[in-house]
Design a protein around this ligand. Structure first.
Ligand code: AMP
Ligand code: MG
Length: 401
């Protein structure tokens, strides 16, 4: 089977996916979830004309410089002034408080002098200034958040202000993660002479959770088809099964045959990318299966490039990761037959921030990955790129956030 492009692979991974069912969650638990339907404002905000400053509510026509007005009451946030203002009268008012109906201006306290129960205008206020009209922020009936929006602190604030105590969100995709390899032990265990610590399981779990999934860690399976099939079989109700390692074509690469024996239909298993060529995708019952290469950097990059979009598709998320364009701080060589994702740092230059590729792009180097800020995307057959040119980059702060 020949290599397929990253674009084609991604198209196949997300083809025909319908978003998972919706469920209601308390707004306190909605952070990171994706809206399943539009949210229509249930009220005006502010619900009444409100003062934007501390000062005095009065009639602009009566408040020329030097005018004296009698302060006859108070309007504070939570308790409005209910009375009627007579001529030459004003009301003490605080930020957020309802502006009395018969007034049209706020004399801010910095422009006022107070003598006993009177206020003297130092600088004449303008009608309407420092008054937020009802519905300035949003009005009842307006659709202010749409299905597919991921709920961060800002969206949660808006939904709360619209008076939603619970929110309709997509069910979180269940992602089962299986690491494979006789050489692996779990983090914190005591490795034998020829063993290494499995970093991919926890890394991909963190990546999937950040993308909005719920993770079941299936642990480590040894390098036999039976062990892999048995462990994968425990992922019964998973929407996505991620199997790490054993994905290339060597004696110990058993994932594909093991899962095929369990009924997996393979879609593709080789992608023209570096790192990450031995990337497998298939379907096993209701689950999508992603077989990721074992090298730690490859596994994480394939997680960014394929697992995140797959999770986003199941969530019906409207925003997907898009590379940004950044200037190169140093030249890059021409690229070959595979799309490359180069670990890179962002550096400050005289012309502003720019990216510089790490010296070694070895896919086993976790230190380089941890110290990088971005992945530079190099197209197949890209010509050499010069310092100062712009290139597409995925910022880790976005794609792992
Ligand atoms: P494989 O794809 O199984 O041939 O693995 C390629 C390389 O990645 C080998 O050096 C493995 O030891 C390493 N590797 C595989 N799985 C993991 C894992 N879960 N954590 C860290 N390294 C791994
Ligand atoms: Mg292996």
């Amino acid at each position: 089977m020949s290599l397929i492009s990253v674009e084609e692979a991604l198209r196949r991974v997300t083809a025909g996916i319908r978003p998972l069912a919706g469920e209601d969650v308390p707004i306190e638990a909605a952070h990171g979830r994706v809206l399943a339907s539009d949210l229509v404002a249930r009220r005006d905000q502010p619900p009444f004309p409100a003062s934007a400053m501390d000062g005095y509510a009065l009639r602009a026509a009566e408040a020329g410089a030097g005018a004296r007005l009698k302060v006859v009451g108070v309007s504070r946030a939570g308790e409005r002034f209910d009375g009627i203002l007579g001529p030459g009268e004003a009301v003490r008012i605080f930020t957020g408080a309802p502006v009395p109906e018969c007034t049209d201006a706020i004399l801010i306290q910095e422009d006022a002098e107070v003598i006993e129960s009177e206020v003297i205008v130092r600088e004449a206020p303008r009608a309407g200034r420092f008054i937020r009209p009802a519905g300035l922020d949003f009005k009842a009936g307006e659709t202010q958040l749409t299905a597919g929006t991921r709920l961060g602190p800002r969206e949660i604030a808006l939904a709360a202000a619209m008076n939603f105590g619970s929110l309709p969100v997509r069910r979180r995709p269940k992602v089962a993660i299986l690491s494979t390899g006789d050489e692996l032990v779990l983090p914190g265990e005591t490795p034998g002479h020829d063993q290494i610590v499995s970093s991919n399981g926890v890394a991909l779990a963190a990546l999937a959770e950040a993308a909005g999934a719920q993770v079941e860690d299936l642990g480590i399976a040894g390098d036999t088809e039976a062990a892999i099939a048995e462990a994968a079989g425990r992922a019964e109700d998973a929407d996505i099964l991620v199997v790490i390692g054993g994905a290339s074509v060597g004696d110990h690469d058993l994932v594909k045959p093991a899962l095929e024996r369990s009924g997996m239909q393979v879609d593709f298993w080789r992608v023209a990318m570096r790192p990450g060529k031995p990337l497998m995708f298939g379907v096993l019952g209701p689950a999508k299966v992603l077989g990721l290469p074992g090298n730690p950097v490859s596994a994480i990059i394939c997680g960014i490039v394929f697992l995140r979009p797959l999770i986003a598709a199941l969530l019906g998320a409207s925003a997907t990761d898009k590379p940004s364009m950044m200037r190169l701080a140093a030249d890059l060589p021409a690229n070959g037959e595979r799309q490359e994702f180069m670990r890179a740092r962002i550096v400050e230059t005289a012309d502003g921030p720019a990216v510089i590729a790490a010296t070694s792009q070895d896919s086993s180097l976790l230190v380089t990955l941890a110290r990088s800020d971005a992945l530079i995307v190099r197209a197949i057959q890209a010509s050499p790129a010069r310092a100062g040119e712009t290139v597409p980059v995925f910022l880790f702060s976005q794609v792992l956030g």
